[in-house]
Every structure is written in C-alpha cells, then in structure tokens.
Write a protein that binds this ligand. Structure first.
Ligand code: HEM
Length: 615
C-alpha cells in the first residue's frame, strides 16, 4: 500500500492578475525571481519564497521519490481563500485554482491528487463548487478554520460539512487569519503560536457546540498541524467539562468521546509530540501530513514517522492506511514504497513479530479520561471473547465442510471423525467462554457504572461474530442485521451467512444422503418436518453398532448446544450482577430480554430424539 501525504501545497506557475480582474487590491500573485524560484506577493507585500516543486509535477515527483512518498494530496494555500471578499470573486478564484490543481495532477503520473477550495462565506456557492470539484476528480476540500468571526460550529459551515459528508468529500481544516496578530508582529509567531491555537479553537468549537452530534459519523475531517494545541490540552478541556457546567456547551458527551470523529496530521516535528499525539488520538487517527514544500514543512517527508518508536503496524496506519480511509481511496496494491530499492531488509521472524505482540498490545484503547482502572479489563475480556469467536467460526466452518463431504460420500467415515474432533474443540472453547465471565465479575457494579456511559451506543448486539456463530449453526434471524447496518463489511458477512446453508442444514442433508431422513413431502408442515428429523437422529442412536461416528457428532453438537445455553445463562447472571435490571446500551430491556434467548437451541431435534428413545 502506498505512502500518502495528505497535507502539502501547490501554487500554479502563473495566474491572471486578480487585482485587475476584480478591481480590488491586495490579491496574491507570483513573482518569478530566478529559474525554479519565485516569491508569493500579496499586493506589494512579500509573503513567501517558493520553488518549482509548487508548480512543476516533475520536480515534485523527484522529491517524492527521494522521500519514499507515493501519493501527495495537494491543496492550495489559505492566502487564496478570499473568504473576506465578495462571493463572486472568491468563487471565480476558487474555480481557477481548483482547475489548476487538476491540471498539475494530470501530469503527476497518478501520484498527485488534490483537495479543492470553496467560497466558504456563502454556503450555497461553497456546496455547488464542492460538488463540481468532486465530479471533476478532487478527493475533498481544504477549508480555513473560520470565516471572519464564524467558527466551524456556525450553522452555515455545519451545513457545508454535512454536504461534504453527503458527497463523500474528505475535509482538511487549515488554520488561517490568526487572531491576536497585533501582539505577534515578529518571529513568525502567528505561525508557531497563532496557528495551533486557531486549530484548537476550531476543534473545541465543533465539540462543545454539539456539531459532531449533529453531523453524521461518515464525515471525514482532519485538522492540520497535529490538530494544533488540542490534543495536549484535552485534559484541561475534559476537566472543565466535568466540573464546570458553564464549560460544558451543548455536546452530549465529554470532549474525549469525540476523538474518533476527527483526524489530525503528523506535522508536529518532534518525536515526543508525535508519540503523545498518537497516544491521545489513537493510531487510527493520525496521518502523514508534511506541509511540503513550504519553509515550515517536513524536510524529508515521512521521516518523523519512520524514525519513531511506533510499532510497524502503527507506522503503517500513519503512513498509509489512515489516509486511504480518510480519503475514501481503495488502495489495493502492495505498494511501491515497500519494495523500492533502499527499503530495509525484511526482519527475521521473532516471537513478537510472528504473533504481532506490540500491535496486539496497542489495541486496548480505554475511553475514560482519566482512565478508569477496570476499563482495561473490560476491553481485554471482550477482545478475548472475540478472538475465541474467531476460532469457533474457523472450526465450525471446517465442521460444515467435513459434513458436506460426508454427505457426498456416505461410505467414507474420515470426515465424520474429523467433524467430531473439531466439534470437541468447539465445546472446549465454549467451556472456557462460560468460565471467563467470573473474571469480569471481579469488577464492582459501581466501577463499571463509572465508565458505562462512555460506551453508548456500543452494545453486545453489535458483536458480528457472535451473530455469525448463531447464523452458521442455524439460528437465523434477519432482524438482527439491523444492528450491523453502520458497518458495511459486517453487514455483508452476516447477509452471506444468512443465505448460506447452515451447519444444521448440512448435518440433516448428510442424514438424508445416508437414507436416514426421507425427503419431506411437499405439503409437510414445519412440525412434521421437525419430527422426521428427530426420528432420523433416533434411528442413528438405535443402531449404535453401525453409527458410532455419527452418534459421536450428535453428542458433540448436543454438548455444544448445551454449552452455548450455559454461556447465555452466565452472561445474564453477569448482567444482573453488574447492572441489575437496567436497559442495555443497545436499547433492549437488558436482562429480561436476554432471558428470552435461553430457549434458543441450534439443534432442537437432537434433544427431541432423546424423548423418542425407549428403554
Ligand atoms: C459488564 C458486562 C456486560 C454487561 C453489563 C452486558 C450487558 C448486555 C446487555 C444488557 C445486552 C442486551 C443487548 C443490549 O441492549 O445492549 C447484552 C447483549 C450481548 N452481550 Fe453483553 N454484557 C456484558 C458483557 C459481555 C461480554 C463479556 C460479552 C462477550 C462477548 C458480551 C456479549 C454480548 C452479546 C453477544 C450480546 C447479544 C446477545 C444476544 O442478542 O443474544 N457481553 N449484553
């Protein structure tokens, strides 16, 4: 997968005289000073030295190769935003630079992509230009972090952000027009002090105003320069939120709850800062952003991340995977960056690298701030269950495959033995799963309630693998799909399970192939079919001498059924012990709902057959 830099800038080689075009002074223009070099001027004022990488794709690609960067997503610069100008001028200017960006990208050998700019002072015009740009090939938009005195929680700007979510446009928020400039006349302080504070202000405004509550989770928004001072001062914000009602704003949750609603880039230029940023935001939320090729940009793009002590997995997320998600890119190839000459030799396998221990140990990310002692246990126990669910699905799929083969070749017994052997593993795993609840019961109810509120609306209902196990074994309930609608992948897997023959179907299919279960007549009722299946099992048990292998499968399936009911019962006991008769975070009536599931059986015919047996 390629290395992607999501924050860097371009200037076209030339553009019309905007002051003459609009009849207003102080527009930016480019003054070429010597081959490959230029100055950006704003009216008569010098603004910035730039060089050919800003406008020449060849020069840019060469430096990308030097730095091991595969894709750059370029934006114009805030000096071109023109939010304070008449909207028709700002729109015309935006169109000009948006089209220029695409022209540079077209010569970038598919390695240059772009974010557009819009006249954000006018929501309608901004939405229309965004839509036009998305249709013409931009991946999203770069916006300034305010429009005059309007912060990002302004109703119009929130409407625009909603439109970005609808269009699937990635949003990069860049600080500009820093406040307090009169107190920062020297030393680039507007950039080093003003910009981080501006960005922090924007994130905080979005959180406390409830903008994130109103905007859909599909909005992909990133704040430049590591999110400014936001991450470092999150504790201060959180403290104010918890202890001072006046500091709470209108958001439904504490500020830290919203961390997974935003991305930040990695432009912090210091290892400790990067480590801290990843620790606070999570490795899924930080992306390579270099500010290349401007003077305050990263000199060797990506070196901060590459030289960090982050795990390989986290580096992969920061350099590639998070950006692909943020940009909505489907990046499928294994990536040139990892295979080009000069890439490090593959490391020799160790215990840690084989088992991915560092990555595994990074996967526990408590929500409570300050962290509640027991939240780690809560996360670990659930993750352990999910890992065992994974193994159960793996083994149950193999059981299905073996029983299918057994049905196809009734004279062969190997597959039946193999199915029984694997089912024994499933029962042993489930026995462990029943036992594990006791570990969670060492958590006092008060301790769980201290952080339970942060988990909503997450719920066990959303355990995709648990539901897959149910569907795979034959307990299919289409209604349960609704809990997985937000996650396309989970929804698709469950839909597939719903449509596939279950373990139950395949087991009785095999008995039919063996001649133990006569094909049901067309008009047979469900009850008659059920009784016929129970009689087929009864037949097996009556002829132990010939069907020892199949009886073994039946016993294992019965035991598995029994243990899953035990799991349900222990889960209910745990729920009652920890939250009493409270409602569940998934919206059910809690323990009383769960009690209804106790009657569920995967293989009721195996139980019915017991009644049919005579002395
Ligand atoms: C403090 C501990 C726990 C509490 C208070 C709790 C509570 C609940 C509640 C109330 C429900 C009903 C659905 C809802 O409205 O949210 C539920 C469902 C569920 N929980 Fe838990 N749970 C706990 C631990 C666990 C653990 C450790 C697992 C392990 C995977 C788990 C897996 C599930 C599953 C799979 C469901 C769906 C069950 C079904 O639909 O039949 N829960 N839980």
């Amino acid at each position: 997968m390629p290395v992607i830099d999501i924050h860097n800038h371009f200037f076209p080689n030339s553009w019309p005289d905007l002051a003459a075009r609009y009849g207003t002074p102080n527009w930016p223009w480019i003054k070429h000073t010597e081959p490959g070099k230029a100055d950006i001027m704003v009216g008569e004022r010098f603004f910035r030295h730039i060089y050919s990488a800003c406008w020449d794709p060849e020069a840019r690609l060469q430096e990308m190769d030097r730095d091991g960067v595969d894709v750059q997503v370029m934006s114009a610069t805030p000096v071109l935003f023109a939010y304070e100008r008449p909207v028709e001028h700002a729109l015309d200017c935006a169109r000009m630079f948006n089209d220029a960006a695409l022209e540079i990208c077209s010569r970038g050998k598919s390695r240059l992509k772009s974010l557009c700019q819009v006249p954000l002072q006018d929501v309608d015009a901004a939405c229309k230009e965004l839509s036009r740009c998305m249709r013409s090939g931009h991946l999203g938009v770069q916006i300034g972090n305010h429009v005059g005195s309007k912060n990002l929680d302004d109703v119009g700007i929130v409407t625009f952000l909603q439109h970005c979510a609808d269009e699937g446009a990635a949003v990069l928020v860049h600080p500009w027009e820093m406040f307090g400039r009169e107190r920062m006349p020297k030393y680039m302080m507007p950039w080093t002090v003003g910009m981080p504070a501006e960005t922090q202000l924007s994130v905080v405004a979005m959180i406390l105003s409830g903008a994130f509550d109103r905007l859909p989770g599909t909005l992909r928004i990133c704040f430049a320069h590591g999110g400014g001072s936001f991450a470092f001062l999150l504790g201060r914000l959180e403290n104010a939120w918890h202890h001072h009602p006046v500091a709470r704003g209108e958001c439904q949750h504490p500020p830290s709850y919203y961390l997974n609603r935003l991305y930040v880039d990695s432009a912090v230029f210091d290892q400790r800062s990067l480590q801290f940023l990843v620790g606070t935001m999570g490795a899924d939320r930080v992306m390579l952003g270099s500010d290349y090729p401007f003077p305050l940009g990263e000199e060797r793009v990506g070196s901060l991340i590459r030289q960090s002590n982050l795990s390989q997995d986290a580096k992969g997320k920061l350099l590639r995977r998070n950006a692909a998600r943020f940009l909505g890119l489907r990046v499928e190839s294994q990536g040139v960056a990892d295979t080009r000459s000069g890439a490090p030799e593959p490391e020799r396998l160790t215990y840690s690298s084989y088992l991915k221990v560092p990555e595994l140990l990074e996967l526990q990310q408590p929500q409570s701030v300050p962290q509640h002692h027991d939240e780690l246990l809560f996360i670990l126990v659930h993750q352990t269950y999910e890992l065992w669910f994974k193994e159960l699905l793996h083994d149950l799929d193999a059981v299905v495959a073996n029983l299918r083969k057994a049905g196809a070749t009734p004279q062969s017994h190997d597959e039946v033995y193999e199915a029984a052997r694997l089912l024994r593993r499933c029962t042993e795993i489930t026995r462990v799963l029943v036992e594990q609840f006791t570990i969670l019961e060492t958590m006092l109810p008060t301790h769980f309630l201290a952080f339970r509120g942060l988990l909503e609306p997450a719920s066990g209902f959303q355990s995709e693998q648990f539901r897959e196990i149910e569907f795979l074994c034959g307990l299919k309930d289409e209604k349960m799909l609704r809990y997985h609608q937000p996650t396309a992948e989970a929804y698709a897997s469950l839909k597939r399970r719903l449509e596939e023959p279950s373990l139950h179907d395949v087991f009785f299919g095999a008995l039919q192939a063996m001649g133990k279960l006569p094909p049901a007549s067309e008009g047979a009722t469900e009850r008659e079919r059920f009784e016929a299946r129970a009689r087929a099992v009864h037949e097996l048990y009556k002829d132990e001498h010939h069907h020892r292998d199949w009886i073994d499968v039946c016993e294992r399936l019965t035991e598995f059924d029994e243990l899953v009911v035990s799991w349900r019962l222990r889960h209910i006991q745990l729920v009652e012990r920890i939250i009493g008769i409270r409602m569940g975070t998934g919206g059910s009536t809690g323990a009383s709902y769960l009690k209804l599931t106790l009657d569920k059986k995967f293989f009721p015919e195996l139980w019915e057959a017991r009644t049919l047996l005579t002395e």
